[in-house]
Design a protein around this ligand. Structure first.
Ligand SMILES: [Zn+2]
Ligand SMILES: [Zn+2]
Length: 723
């Protein structure tokens, strides 16, 4: 740090890099978390290496003082490099990325303390009967004045008097009770030979303390978790930290249970559902290195682990790892960079790895570790397609006779069934039979979805809801509104009509909105209190129900329309995942997929179980189209409440697009979701060669333009959503 000045990355959306004076007597180093003034307000910032963050030079005489250094460990260099990389790659402000590392501002205020009291052993000169009683009953105990008074059955004044004469003293106690330490030797599992071989490779990689990405590839039920648990055990034995990323917060609960069974206590959990006090405690334990294993959603990736020895991304193919708001990053890809900066192995675990990840294996950048076959007695379920044209459901119903019969037989055997439909609510569209009116969200280009359980229509994009209407708002007729198409609630109705005796459960983010609710559901499943589950993608991963032997995919074609480049791959992954729920115990499983297109390549691959052929064909199609991972995309979304303003800016951006051979710009065109949350949206799609530095071009291109405050322009590098 030259002289007594410091460059600070401030958590301020615009003025993010500023220089400050380090006042006499204050010690800071790169990474120090500080408080600085901007105008009359105070902001948190982090001291940065000057050469890594260009800023405007300000003369010494104009510098303001750093106000304070936070009572928290400095942000490690590996995290500072990650912040820089993420900001550059995803074209995001550095401060927005840093914000994800400093997710608990309360944690920066130091450990919260309380003052407790205990006896010193000194006997006061003047001893009254009450004082004697107090000292005798308190003995070795410690507590607040109020607590000690209660124990001793004296007034608080007596205790205070004893403090004054030195018979009782004050002690400052941190309220942050330490987390229990997971024990690598608590319950080591019996591994198959194949599992043991893979585990040994991972243990060695942890011991090598070097960056190495792995793809841990094995069908559901092949024991991937047991295997990466051995890598965690190796990191624990060395006192190094592990981060496990899960795609959904609902999966945290089953993970915690398995982890506790293996290591004797829970890991530290990090997700959006934490209370502020839990978040602050977790942040401090992570930043101090005390939290040895953290499990979390994608936001856990940026936390300041000082001593990271292993990163695991479970269900690494999941698209929910892609953040769609704020900084548009992909947690799977950032996790790999995190491992690179921290010099530790990264394990991407998946039964259906993304084509991007497979491609990295082909290029020799990731090492593939395969776990063939299911562990133990379980076998992969047989998959059969039901052609909905040849075997249609009864009128007004959604389950074909063959699937209904299979559910009936499963019930008869006392086993459990799962009906999968990736659509929440009762019906995706409500229309008036008389005038044709359709209920559309006023803020979005989307239909209002009927949720019959709460008697409302709601928009799944912006959350706008209205009470379930009794008459058509257009023609005012009553009893003319009809629900079109099924959601899980409607399937549940059909099931109740077919099997009135069966005990059913609906599993969606509406019913399992917290880890506690998820845990309750798991318990009921395990105890056989549920016969038929009707669920969305929430049910497709992580769970292990040995008595679940039948899976029915209600509408396998659902994911295929939407026209996004990953549609077939996503459908394949999702149905493989849900199929993997069947027959995980001793009993074999059976899977039916209802489809209108049994001849489609993805359906044939599912039925034949030939995933290699499917991936080979998909990969070729991507190569031919120069789509990821062979080419790359970036989306530029221009939005405003004012449609004309948005369109003008989008056109202006389109007109000034650089003319380059390596890059093509499509649009602007109204985005498929032309209106979202009340904002009109236009999209430009940039397509470029893989090796082309598209970020640099976009930075320069947009950097030279300006637009009014009513218009927002956001860039999504490597987009997953094409809406
Ligand atoms: Zn009408
Ligand atoms: Zn909406």
């Amino acid at each position: 740090m030259p002289g007594n000045r410091a460059r600070i990355l401030v958590l301020h959306p615009v003025l993010d890099v500023l220089d400050y004076r380090v006042p006499h007597g204050m010690q800071v180093e790169p990474g120090s978390i500080v408080v600085v003034p901007i105008g009359p307000r105070q902001f948190v910032g982090v001291v940065w290496e000057e050469e890594r963050l260009p800023g405007e030079f300000v003369g010494d005489n104009r510098l303001r003082n750093i106000l304070a250094v936070a009572d928290a460990p400095p942000i490690p260099a590996s995290v500072r490099r990650l912040v820089e990389w993420t900001a550059n790659y995803y074209l995001a402000p550095h401060s927005a990325v840093l914000h994800m590392a400093l997710r608990s501002t309360a944690a920066l205020e130091g450990a919260p303390t309380v003052v407790e009291y205990r006896a010193t052993g000194t006997v006061p000169d003047r001893i009254t009967p009450q004082r004697a009683q107090a000292l005798e009953r308190i003995g070795e105990r410690q507590g607040l004045v109020r607590e000690l008074a209660t124990i001793a059955e004296v007034s608080e004044g007596v205790i205070r008097g004893l403090v004054k004469v030195g018979a009782i003293e004050a002690v400052t106690v941190s309220t942050d009770t330490p987390y229990p330490l997971p024990d690598p030797l608590f319950a080591p599992p019996e591994l198959s030979q194949q599992q043991a071989d893979v585990a040994s490779i991972l243990r060695q990689a942890v011991g090598a303390r070097a960056f190495q990405p792995f793809l841990l590839d094995g069908v559901t039920g092949s024991g991937k978790t047991e295997v990466y648990f051995e890598a965690i055990a190796a990191a624990l034995a060395e006192g190094r930290q592990t981060l496990v990323l899960l795609p959904e917060i609902a999966l945290t609960e089953p993970f915690l249970t398995r982890f506790t069974a293996r290591f004797g206590c829970e890991p530290v959990a990090w997700h959006s559902d934490l209370r502020q006090s839990q978040r602050r405690r977790a942040w401090r334990a992570i930043a101090s290195g005390e939290a040895l294993v953290t499990v979390g959603a994608r936001s856990a990736l940026f936390l300041p682990y000082p001593n990271l020895g292993l990163i695991v991304v479970d269900e690494a193919h999941e698209t929910s790892f892609k953040q769609e708001e704020g900084v548009h990053y992909h947690a799977r890809d950032v996790a790999v960079m995190r491992g690179k900066f921290a010099q530790c192995p990264v394990v991407l675990a998946s039964a259906t790895p993304a084509i991007e990840t497979r491609h990295q294996v082909e290029l020799g950048r990731y090492e593939e570790l395969k776990l063939p076959g299911r562990y133990g007695a379980a076998e992969l379920p047989a998959i059969e397609a039901i052609d909905l044209l040849a075997e249609p459901p009864e009128r007004g119903r959604w389950l074909s006779p063959r699937l209904v019969k299979a559910v009936e037989e499963t019930l008869g055997k006392g086993e459990q069934s799962l009906l999968f439909l990736n659509r929440r609510g009762y019906a995706p569209l409500t229309l008036c039979r008389h005038c044709g009116h359709r209920f559309q969200c006023p803020n979005c280009t989307a239909w209002m979805v009927e949720h019959r359980l709460i008697a409302r229509l709601s928009c799944h994009h912006c959350g706008h809801t209205i009470p379930a209407p009794e008459m058509c708002p257009e023609c005012k007729s009553e009893d003319t509104l009809v629900a079109c198409g099924p959601g899980v609630e409607r399937i549940a109705d059909e099931v109740s009509a077919l099997f009135p005796e069966a005990r059913t459960a609906i599993v969606t983010s509406d019913t399992l909105w917290s880890p506690a609710r998820a845990a309750e559901f798991v318990q009921r499943m395990e105890h056989g209190a549920i016969d038929i589950v009707i669920g969305t993608q929430l049910i497709t991963k992580g769970y292990h129900f040995p008595n679940l032997t039948l899976v029915g995919v209600v509408d396998a074609d659902l994911g295929l329309d939407g026209g996004d480049l990953r549609a077939a791959e996503r459908t394949f992954q999702q149905i493989m995942q849900v199929a993997g729920r069947a027959g995980r115990g001793e009993k074999p499983g059976k899977v039916y997929i209802q489809t209108h297109a049994p001849g489609a390549a993805v359906m044939q691959a599912l039925v034949s179980g030939d995933s290699e052929a499917f991936y080979a064909a998909e990969t070729e199609a991507r190569r031919y189209a120069d789509a990821p991972p062979f080419g790359r995309y970036a989306a530029i979304i221009v939005s405003s409440e004012d449609r004309v303003a948005a369109e003008e800016v989008a056109r202006m951006i389109g007109r000034s697009a650089p003319q380059l051979d390596e890059m093509h710009v499509f649009g602007p065109a109204p985005a498929p979701l032309a209106m979202l949350r009340g904002r009109h949206r236009f999209r430009l799609l940039v397509h470029a060669r893989r090796a082309f530095d598209v970020q640099d071009v976009i930075r320069e291109w947009l950097g030279g333009l300006s637009w009014g405050p009513k218009v927002r322009v956001s860039v999504d590098i490597d987009p997953y959503s094409f809406l």
